[in-house]
Design a binder for this molecule. Structure first.
Ligand code: AP5
Ligand code: MG
Length: 218
């Protein structure tokens, strides 16, 4: 099964994608994570993407579709993929169709996380991750069981994303409204879109997504 998680910054795409990966053996393909890894490694893609990401703008369609295409050629994606943060423009949606068709795969669901943008700013500005294993936390909504110690790996080092500040978040949301939300009708016309309340608590969102994937929605 191949699915897209669609929603503005902070909607919970990454949180839910990593749960689906753990629960269903699907592979999370986050273009944001891949680009951040490229920036960290100082690759040519990373060098091009760094300033664009820090400004909250979108990296070029060619770069992101290129990295998705390369990733889809890896064997682990054959059991199913969760696209997290891709596609983000009409050109990327078009390219994704081609990438999947060329590999004899198809899209099964597009899940739109419905959220309140004002609440998202708080979610994003409070977000941090374990510097060692990448587990996600939040100053208010998801604190480690022991303060300052990662629940998963025990590390005491954490980090925050450079684009997670109130000003850049507003730019990222404007980009979502202008360029990403308009791709929804493409998938609606194909009957692929399901909507989930992204403001519910994290476990509830996970259950609602599971119901869509299992075909048990009311
Ligand atoms: P990307 O990394 O994709 O960032 P984003 O879309 O802005 O989304 P986020 O990762 O901020 O949010 P999320 O929906 O994953 O939320 P999360 O689960 O973390 O992209 C970053 C940049 O890379 C872009 O701006 C662009 O420059 C570039 N880029 C990436 N892909 C691109 C593409 N295809 N084309 C062009 N450029 C691209 O949750 C947020 C917080 O809220 C967490 O702390 C979490 O614990 C908490 N939380 C989650 N769910 C809930 C809940 N239900 N209730 C309470 N708290 C919750
Ligand atoms: Mg994310």
């Amino acid at each position: 099964m191949n699915i897209i998680l669609l929603g503005p910054p902070g909607a919970g795409k990454g949180t839910q994608a990593s749960r689906l990966e753990a629960a269903r053996g699907m592979v999370q393909l986050s273009t944001g994570d891949m680009l951040r890894a490229a920036v960290k490694a100082g690759t040519p893609v990373g060098l091009q993407a760094k300033a664009v990401m820090e400004a909250g703008a979108l990296v070029s369609d060619e770069i992101v579709s290129g990295i998705i295409g390369e990733r889809l050629d890896m064997a682990d994606t054959a059991n199913g993929v969760i696209f997290d943060g891709y596609p983000r423009t009409a050109a990327q949606a078009d390219e994704l169709d081609k990438l999947l068709a060329a590999r004899g795969r198809r899209l099964d669901h597009v899940i739109e996380l419905l959220v309140d943008e004002d609440a998202l700013v708080e979610r994003i500005v409070g977000r941090y991750t374990c510097a060692k294993c990448g587990e996600g936390y939040h100053d208010r909504f998801k604190q480690p069981a022991v303060a300052g110690v990662c629940d998963v790996c025990g590390s005491t080092e954490f980090k925050r994303r450079p684009d997670d500040n109130a000003e850049t978040v507003r730019t990222r949301m404007a980009e979502y409204r202008a360029k990403t939300a308009p791709i929804l009708p493409i998938y609606e016309a194909r009957g692929l879109v399901a909507r989930v309340d992204g403001m519910a608590d994290i476990d509830q969102v996970t259950s609602e997504i599971a119901a869509v994937l299992d075909g048990t929605t009311a």
